[in-house]
Design a protein around this ligand. Sequence first.
Ligand code: XIL
Length: 334
Amino acid sequence: AEKGLKDYYKAYFPVGVAVSPQGLKGAEGELIKQQFNSITPENAMKMGPIHPEENRYFWKDADEIVQFAQDHHLRVRGHNLLWHEQTPRWLFKNADGSTVSKDVLLQRLHDHIDTVVKRYKGKIYAWDVVNEAISDNPQEFLRDSEWYKICGEDFIAKAFEYAHAADPSAVLFYNDYNTERPEKRDRIIKLLKKLKAAKVPIDAVGLQGHWSLQEPTEPELRAALDEYKALGLKIQITELDVSIYPWEKERRARCPDESDAFTPELEQKQAAQYKMFFKVFRDYKNVLTGVTFWNISDKYTWLDTYPVPGRKNYPLLFDQNQKPKKAFYEVVKF
Ligand code: XIL
């Protein structure tokens, strides 16, 4: 078989990819086996999809992904146990429609984490326990989510404790985006320090890596890795992609005159950006324990519909026909 990313990076870190059950089939499925040695379920283990009603779990998609990993000797990162999105509404409501108490919510969180983590014990080596709990508003610390409104800060420590009790050998992560922007980075670090000081069983921090052609810059990325490393936590890049659209512009509606062509100029810029990222990653191999891409090839990427629908994106190392792009060759040339 041809050499894949996992082979080039053997001496550095495992290289992973986010998948759905459909992605395991056909040409994309072949590419997974050839290129990667780790997978993350893109949606299948989130609380909404896997636990849509109280006392009812939907295991099929998650089981299929874990079985594929077992069959092809891939490690699995579980994603995720607690988030403010893709969370079922029943969780926060009593039978009469009123909002649950903190005790009830923590009991439900415990049951959920205990059930999901134990089911895959020994097959999932790491979990994103808490996802995106820090606010995007620099004036705020934690995001004003349902979790926060009902429990205050406590839900974070509790989630880690429940996960650790269910599988003491799983590597437990706090995972977030824009982790390199200094104002957000500082608040994430504040949270991680608090958790460490309170002896909460947290092992690592996940930098999602939903990046663009403009950011992060090399100094921003190095500064962030240095700061997280200094906490004594392991680090992974958990959701890497490099959008061809600037982040600020992504927050607005699509401009009517905007082209969504992947021009040679964009391909060149993207290759240079990926080259820089992987050079930095190699320099941090002692603390960086994995790099995972968010989707397999440009045939399907969540960025085709997020944050605005109807606009094609090309954020990955493989094109719409699963052929390596310029960026791929830059990443494996060192
Ligand atoms: C995304 C999936 O890729 C989409 O299919 C889904 O519609 C929304 O969620 N941060 C995360 C991931 O932690 O779980 C998100 O995945 C992307 C942003």
